[in-house]
Write a new protein. Structure first.
Length: 183
């Protein structure tokens, strides 16, 4: 995870996307750490939502992040359905994939974010700059994390951790920055 830098010289689209990718990794890992302490049966329990369970919502986040990473890399070999339905594997997979996504985005150059990227898929066609795809991917994951909190409350899981973006910037980013400068 890269530390957030508040100096004006770093306020670029690329720096914002890198920070948001680091935030997304932290938020997803925080959810994984939290949900690993819960019985798998609760995570697999059916709940009325856009996906049938917390586990399936996590799987969707994992799949979608993987799709967008492949799109940003301009790889056309992504295939739906290649992801496990096992809750433990889903939790490990989303943590691993979120780190891979964050690492890739944090290694991108400023101009990479501003390059147009034509995507043709079975669902849509678009030709946006890469930062638009990064932003969409991160907000999509945040949207579904919010659903997971609500789904959790419906199955009796009421101790969701704080994963607010501002909390990350104010507290977590500060800790990461202090650790980076201490080393």
């Amino acid at each position: 995870m890269k530390p957030h830098n508040n100096t004006p010289a770093y306020r670029t689209i690329g720096s914002l996307m890198k920070n948001y990718a680091s935030y997304n990794q932290w938020a997803n890992q925080t959810f994984v750490n939290w949900l690993q302490t819960k019985p798998a049966a609760l995570l697999e329990q059916e709940v009325a939502s856009s996906f049938s369970s917390i586990s399936q919502t996590l799987r969707h986040i994992w799949e979608t992040q993987d799709y967008w990473l492949n799109a940003i890399k301009r790889r056309g070999d992504w295939a739906p359905g290649a992801f496990s339905d096992d809750t433990a594997e889903i939790l490990a997979g989303i943590a691993r994939q979120s780190a891979e996504l964050s690492d890739y985005i944090n290694a991108m150059e400023e101009q990479d974010f501003q390059e147009n990227n034509l995507l043709v898929s079975p669902w849509f066609q678009s030709d946006f700059e890469n930062f638009e795809y990064v932003l969409h991917c991160m907000t999509h994951s945040a949207y579904h994390r919010g659903q997971i909190v609500t789904m959790g409350r419906n199955v009796g899981i009421t101790d969701a951790p704080m994963t607010d973006y501002n909390f990350f910037n104010v507290y977590v980013g500060k800790i990461v920055q202090e650790l980076a400068f201490a080393g």
